[in-house]
Unconditional design. Structure first.
Lengths: 369, 252
């Protein structure tokens, strides 16, 4: 312990002379050197995979990595600027994980399906829905896009309505049951009118919003549901073969290319189940773009509900995709090379998808989300 | 689209230095100094005496998660460690000495064997602290402590030594010697004037005058004043700072 008396005066009237610190004493104790070596290995392996090291002075290894990858995107994917890639990619290293994350951004573009899909369908039945099918699968590969099926999803969340039969009558029955009423076998127009005074988002209104394309809403898969004809990849290629100079050939080609890219092994590498580093599951929100049928008003309302709900549920990540390497064991060069390759392939798919989306007209909006 | 890269990990930065000053008798004095980087080189800046709070932070930061700090003892010694000894005594009759003082208008002369409540004592660095508790059972960690209702005790529980002779160095662990030191000296005056603070609903000088004249069979615990402490608080490394924050009006 220490004594309570005051510090004695310095001997012979001299002032205190504070000791210096040997230059051999480190000013920080951490694993930075080990971490920096790991990131240096990543940069070196990335260089061997075509990511040139940046010119000029880099202040740190993290600065070097950021410039190396940003430079790669600029060189390899010039469309990133034209198509305004709205994403926030990052490479982060903790004591436990090396992670590549593609963070989500706000202010994403809103595209309209209707003009292109209808034109393609007019050209050949099933061709428009083939192109749409390419956009729809993107979510399964860590490239989420907000689509009209968000409306059906949110309808289920808000009203617990998850029926195969997407009609006003069925919806009315559901709402009555929710209110504790015994719903009659036959629902009259008067009953629906009465319920409409209390509840929004009626199936007939939603279907009208997407010109009756029930499948776009991700609802109504029951008996009698309308399933559009969708061309196969082979049929789409056959159409291209005979319509190379068609103004819509580009969008069809891009859809074919994108579908081919996601069929490759490891195409789901950055698909993230939204578990954090400690195994806790969270909500993931955010997308590369919003793709509405025509007017995006209702879809945007549902997206806002979706994101608000996710925030209220606790932890939620604004991210598109993510891949991590556990550092519990020593990381090998092969693992680092795989991480580089997976990220490069992901960026290629992002390029194809955003180029595909750019073939659709943008919604003229006043406010982004 | 621009990439970002970052490192997040545990990092311990050189932030301060503790300098120890020792004399030939191995008495040690500690000072704490900020370390600043000047032109990339660490520099020890002028410091200040190490406080109890600094010591607590230091020990808390360095100790292994499961390391015990103070051992619990029974029956008389409640705890020992960190330079302090804590013990207790049950309610009992003790001979008390009161002496008039020209500096205290409420002082009086007298002596008798009077009842005293259950007491918890602590000695640290040659200073004594004393608190009362209710009941006769050995106190536990959650036992509430009350102001020791005696003259010559500060609101913090610290005993005013006055000119009383404290136990010699070789008697520092002699608990009886410490109790004799406290009860064998003359009580001259309450150490503060706040009403209902040393004894509740009765002036302390009047209370003890009555006890000297006609001692009650047992100590009337209803006069004890709650000071919002428990025995557990005394085990905390920064207890002295906690106790010193307990004050009363008219302390002198």
């Amino acid at each position: 312990m220490f004594a309570n008396q005051n510090l004695a005066a310095a001997p012979r009237g001299q002032g205190f002379c504070l000791p210096g610190i040997s230059h051999e004493i480190p000013i920080a104790l951490n694993d930075n050197h080990k971490q920096q070596r790991l990131l240096a290995r990543l940069a070196s392996i990335a260089e061997k995979n075509g990511l040139y090291l940046p010119m000029g002075k880099c202040e740190s290894i993290t600065d070097l990595l950021a410039r190396q990858w940003s430079g790669y995107v600029a060189r390899q994917h010039p469309n990133a600027v034209k198509n305004q890639w709205q994403a926030r990619p990052s490479i982060s290293l903790t004591d436990d994980h090396l992670t590549v994350e593609i963070g989500a951004e706000g202010g994403i573009e809103i595209y309209r399906l209707k003009p292109v899909i209808e034109a393609l369908e007019a050209e050949k039945s099933g061709l428009g829905w083939f192109v749409f099918s390419a956009i729809r699968v993107s979510d399964s590969y860590g490239l989420p896009v907000y689509l009209p099926d968000q409306i059906g999803y949110q309808l289920g969340c808000h009203y617990g309505y998850d029926s195969d039969e997407f009609t006003d009558e069925n919806y009315c029955k559901h709402l009555m049951a929710e209110e504790g009423q015994t719903s009659p076998d036959i629902i009259t127009p008067e009953m629906i009118s009465e319920m409409k005074e209390q509840y929004d988002h009626w199936p007939s209104d939603l279907l009208e919003d997407v010109d009756g394309h029930e499948h776009l809403l991700g609802v109504g898969y029951g008996k009698g549901a309308k399933h559009p004809l969708v061309l196969t990849d082979k049929q789409a290629k056959t159409w291209i073969a005979s319509h190379k100079d068609h103004p819509l050939a580009t969008v069809v080609n891009l859809a074919i290319e994108f579908k081919a890219s996601v069929a490759k092994p490891n195409a789901k590498a950055l698909l993230w189940d939204c578990q954090d580093d400690y195994g806790e599951e969270s909500e993931r929100i955010g997308a590369l773009a919003i793709v509405a049928w025509d007017s995006p008003d209702l879809l945007m309302e549902m997206i806002q509900h979706h994101e608000e709900m996710a925030y209220q549920c606790g932890y939620c990540y604004e991210a598109l995709g993510r891949v991590s390497i556990d550092l519990k064991t020593d990381i090998t060069d092969a693992q680092l090379a795989q991480l580089v390759k997976q990220t490069q392939e992901y960026l290629k798919r992002m390029d194809l998808l955003t180029e595909l989306l750019s073939q659709f007209p943008l919604w003229e909006r006043n406010n982004g989300i | 689209m621009e990439f970002e890269a970052s490192i997040h990990g545990d990092s311990f930065n050189l932030s301060s230095a503790v300098l120890l000053y020792s004399d030939s008798n191995n008495r040690t004095y500690a000072t704490k100094h900020v370390v600043e980087l000047m032109d990339g080189r660490p520099m020890i800046r002028p410091g200040r005496p190490l406080t109890e709070g600094d010591y607590k932070h230091l020990v808390d930061g360095l100790k292994p998660a499961e390391r015990p700090t103070i051992e619990w003892n029974d029956p008389k010694i409640l705890a020992k460690g960190l330079g302090r000894t804590i013990w207790w005594s049950p309610p009992q009759q003790r001979t008390l000495f009161f002496k008039e003082s020209g500096l205290a208008s409420r002082s009086f002369e007298g002596k008798n064997t009077c009842p005293t409540p259950g007491l918890v004592f602590m000695v640290i660095d040659g200073s004594m602290y004393i608190y009362a508790f209710k009941g006769a059972q050995a106190p536990g960690k959650t036992t509430k402590l009350f102001q020791a209702p005696f003259f010559n005790v500060w609101a913090s529980g610290k005993v005013c030594d006055g000119n009383a002779q404290k136990p010699d160095d070789d008697q520092q662990v002699n608990l009886d010697a410490w109790e004799r030191f406290f009860f064998g000296s003359n009580f001259t005056h309450p150490n503060f004037s706040e009403k209902d603070r040393l004894t509740k609903r009765i002036d302390p000088a009047l209370f003890w005058k009555k006890q000297i004249q006609s001692p009650s069979p047992t100590f009337p615990e209803k006069v004890l004043v709650d000071i919002n402490l428990t025995v557990s608080d005394m085990l905390q490394i920064d207890f002295i700072e906690t106790a010193n924050r307990i004050t009363a009006r008219g302390e002198f």
